[in-house]
Design a protein around this ligand. Sequence first.
Ligand SMILES: Cc1cc2nc3c(=O)[nH]c(=O)nc-3n(C[C@H](O)[C@H](O)[C@H](O)COP(=O)(O)OP(=O)(O)OC[C@H]3O[C@@H](n4cnc5c(N)ncnc54)[C@H](O)[C@@H]3O)c2cc1C
Length: 418
Amino acid sequence: MPIDFEAPKPITQAQFMLKTVGEEMIRPKSRYYDEHEHEIPWDYIEFMHSAMRAMGGSSLAPRENGNGNDKEKRPPLGYQLIATQIESLAWGDLGFYHCLPGGGLGAAAVFAAGTQEQKAKFLARFNEDKPTFAAMCITEAGAGSDNSAIRTRAVLDEKTNEWVLNGEKIFVTGGDKSFTEYEKLGKGFIVVWATIDPMAGRAGMRAFVVEGGTSGVRVVKLEYKLGIRCSDTAAISLVDARVPFDNILGSPTVENTTTGFKGAMATFDATRPLVAASGVGVARAALEFLKEKLAENGVQIRYGLPPQKLTSIERDVIDMEIMLKSTWLMVIKATWMADNKKPNALEASMSKVKSGDVVTKITQKVVEILGPLGYSREFLAEKWFRDAKITDIYEGTGQINRLVVARQILGYSGKELR
Ligand SMILES: Cc1cc2nc3c(=O)[nH]c(=O)nc-3n(C[C@H](O)[C@H](O)[C@H](O)COP(=O)(O)OP(=O)(O)OC[C@H]3O[C@@H](n4cnc5c(N)ncnc54)[C@H](O)[C@@H]3O)c2cc1C
């Protein structure tokens, strides 16, 4: 079968629409929300909710049958389309991307680890009238990279047939919008990872869907951050929080397996390439801005000349373009594998590692080449430099994803190589 590098229509349409959103709606507000952390861009949220619904779905979790057009006889485009949407939105502003209504990581966890009934029950809300959010809470103080060390406890109350959750989660992206009841938002949920048996290690890990407003659960803090300030990052405490028995994702008993932990990993296999896509968007924004400023100053990149005839800036720009394009190809490969239900742990982590490196390098280089223009808050280059770093931190740091890559290539288990 020939390899087709033409982007299919749903992807080019999404790119076209979101480019306009990025230029007209996001960029003009980007600096404002960077400087007014914890304010919520309601106009954008409401507009995007309507626009995404008009395009056929506001959840970023792909539908079971994919988003492809069956007549085209292509494989479903679910994750490839989402990656494109995320890249385009992050080009506008990475923090704004995180304010896109829809299921986010919370829905991705339901999608990866839930039953058909749970998917139907929890994912339908993202297409309803009000914009709705969901988040995933796995990280705890002392349990970030090694998330099997989580201490949040879930105990079954057999009298009421409810799970009782106790613990504290930190750095939850979108935690506030997913849990706190705002008049303008639909009822969201958070997916809380807890242990049903602290002695069982990874085998005891399970995820629970905790509905917004559940009694005993509180957003106790919103972080002040280096970048992506438009995105809320919450600490959430759970004190005797009761959730229905059926809200557990996965088996309610501890077998001698690690299915619970595998649910978390399956979520990340789906979402790490999406984080990588967001890094590509930020890097592209910075690189395009640099090229614009260079062009305004009469510097054109003379593609096709031998390297020794190029200026050092031309070589830098070409190097950055190569890095960017190769990263995007890795994203497309990892998402194509997810869409085609092929195991993609290796490719997902590789794309995430590469994107974390590339976006950090490109935004730094752009600030460097632009000199005072790069450092000034008059322009967004310094902001993209600050926003970029998160790509290398959340959903597994660069180091942790390198470990995943090494384990996959060398055939080691988590215990053998850590
Ligand atoms: C803005 C933001 C949003 C986030 N959103 C979410 C979210 O929505 N949900 C959620 O659950 N979490 C979220 N996180 C948490 C994030 O996933 C963790 O911060 C990350 O996994 C690292 O964990 P840690 O902070 O505990 O660092 P640590 O695990 O303490 O690591 C500290 C450093 O040590 C390195 N390190 C650790 N172990 C190893 C090893 N074995 N080998 C080599 N190096 C190692 C790490 O790479 C890192 O550089 C978010 C974080 C931030 C900053």
